[in-house]
Design a protein around this ligand. Structure first.
Ligand code: G6Q
Length: 550
């Protein structure tokens, strides 16, 4: 029998985990490492060139046994199969969830409503190849006959964060003469700053919008279109604008020829769409061969996720650790820290993936949820963030489990840079785990020649509680294949957490209310509103802004 969401935190296994947590919560990781020399080996999993070391977590064999029982009882394995077989697991929107089909390199049939989706996916990949090669070779030229070397993706949310993150991550693979830009924000500054940098004759705009109704994207696209037409005339649009969407009608209405449109489908969620034609900017930048390598990396992770036993399954283990900390320890945030400059946008990408997918308060069986769901995810590139929020991570009163991601080899092996970086990432994980006792701090202060009084004064400030968890994910290098693996790994982690919490991880109704209200406030800012029906704060702010803008 499948347990309802009401039963999730009342189930025997949940209670067992609660009891286990109480007896285990004070156990120190440093002691467990001392006692068990095999700990790192026991709690590590490798797949190709990716190693996931989760030994610096507050777990023992029993913890994992119980968490895996929870996964079994929540039917994680069955849910994985349902997703891969095209079942409509996005219940609130009655849709299949098939980002995995976009990178199904084995080309095995996957059916939605009795239709194999693979032929149309392959058709779009072929169309992408043809187009991206033509652009890269300078065969598809701009209106005045010049090569298109400035690629501007106009999109927001899922139609921006994935491509932006991947394009940056794979900068070393860009075609030499290509530059990529992203316009997402409705703030005119976003548009203005990009348009200041590019030349209309050499610029290709990709309007990326699943629905083609998103106000930010359409407004930005209209501004860019006008900028182009002002410079090169109306006929230039066909050579400088392409669209990626599921909505042919709206694309046509906007004035883009459907021949210049790359399709995707409603079984691909926005934040899961960088593998589709939404990745067109990635494919132009790095070439279709490399884009397909990224798909292959994701496919390898998909296969692992689908076939590895739960106990050896990287995304499953990641998710169970997430649940362990969120629901039992009560840790309400997590940090992702890539030690690679090229991965600087990964935290922002993962923030949407995790928080938009699992930031929900109603379960799949339509009940208000009584346990906590998505944590706050934040992060940034190391070592930069060591000099900002790491103070709190080491000595703050809240505990923030961290994911450290690092490539063994840098694309820029200059002098000692990468070894210093590697030493830092390893040191952070060890420092968080081990901490520094007051006694150790005293010893250190003594050695540095401090007086008794000074030592008394400083010893607490200089101590570190330790026992703070982290995962370390080591890649050989940040290349298209490993990036594909990495991103798919997180996608599946989020999915498994959603399964445990009985959440539909694939809708995002929480973004609607603010959008609706913005539409009603818009005319009021212009001063045309007859009667304002807001709370007094919002009404006063509208009045204030009206005055300031006069
Ligand atoms: C992602 C969300 C959301 C979406 C944007 C853009 O999963 O659905 O971030 O991607 O709102 O939507 P369009 O692609 O339809 O413009």
């Amino acid at each position: 029998m499948f347990m309802s969401s009401k039963e999730v935190n009342k189930s025997r296994i949940w209670k067992k985990l609660e009891r286990h947590y109480k007896s285990f919560r004070k156990t120190e990781m440093r002691d467990m490492f001392k006692k068990d020399p095999q700990r790192a080996e026991k709690f590590s999993i490798s797949l190709d060139n990716l190693t996931f070391d989760y030994s610096k977590n507050r777990i023992n064999e029993r913890t994992m046994k119980y968490l895996l029982t929870l996964a079994k009882e929540r039917k994680v394995a069955e849910k994985i199969q349902q997703m891969f077989s095209g079942e409509k697991i996005n219940k609130t929107e009655n849709r299949s969830v098939l980002h995995i089909a976009l990178r199904n390199r084995a080309n095995t049939p996957i059916y939605v409503d009795g239709q194999n989706v693979m032929p149309k996916i392959n058709d779009v990949l072929a169309k992408m190849r043809k187009f991206t090669e033509a652009v890269r070779l300078g065969e598809f030229k701009g209106h005045t006959g010049k090569k298109l070397t400035n690629i501007v993706n106009i999109g927001i949310g899922g139609s921006d964060l994935g491509p932006k993150m991947a394009v940056e991550a794979l900068k070393k693979y860009w075609a030499k003469d290509t530059n990529c830009y992203f316009i997402s924000n409705i703030d005119g500054t976003a548009c203005a700053e990009v348009l200041n940098k590019v030349d209309p004759e050499t610029t290709l705009f990709i309007v990326s919008s699943k629905t083609f109704t998103t106000i930010e994207t359409l407004t930005n696209a209209k501004t860019c279109r006008k900028w182009l037409v002002d410079a090169l005339g109306e006929h230039a649009v066909a050579k400088h604008f392409v669209a990626v969407s599921t909505n042919v009608k709206e694309v046509e209405k906007f004035g883009i020829n459907p021949e210049n449109m790359f399709e995707f489908w409603d079984f691909v969620g926005g934040r899961y769409s960088m593998w589709s034609a939404i990745g067109l900017s990635i494919a132009i930048a790095i070439g279709m061969d490399n884009f397909e390598k990224m798909l292959e990396g994701a496919f390898a992770m998909d296969n692992h996720f689908k076939t590895a036993p739960l106990a050896e399954n990287i995304p499953v283990i990641m998710a169970l650790l997430g649940v362990w900390y969120n629901n039992f320890f009560g840790f309400k945030s997590i940090a992702v820290i890539p030690y690679d400059q090229y991965l600087q946008y990964l935290p922002a990408y993962l923030q949407q993936l995790d928080m938009e997918s699992n930031g929900k308060h109603v379960s799949l069986d339509n009940q208000y949820i009584k346990y906590s769901t998505a944590p706050v995810l934040f992060g940034g590139a190391g070592t930069d963030v060591q000099h900002s929020f790491f103070q709190m991570i080491h000595q703050g009163t809240s505990i923030v489990p961290c994911d450290f991601i690092v490539p063994a080899i840098s694309h820029n092996e200059i002098g000692e840079h990468h070894e210093i970086l590697l030493a830092n990432v390893l040191a952070q994980g060890e420092a968080l785990m081990r901490g520094k006792t007051v006694k150790e701090a005293v010893e250190e202060l003594k050695k540095s020649g401090k007086s008794k009084e000074e030592i008394e004064e400083l010893k607490k400030y200089k101590s570190f509680p330790g026992n703070r968890p982290s995962n370390t994910i080591v890649l050989k290098k940040v290349d298209p294949y490993s990036l594909g693996m990495l991103v798919a790994m997180y996608e599946h982690k989020v999915f498994v957490e959603g399964v445990i919490w009985d959440i539909n991880s694939f809708d995002q109704m929480g973004v609607e209310l603010g959008k609706q209200m913005a539409l009603s406030i818009l005319p009021e800012l212009g001063g045309n509103a007859t009667g304002l029906s807001h709370d007094s704060s919002t009404s006063r702010l509208i009045e204030l802004i009206r005055k300031l803008r006069k």
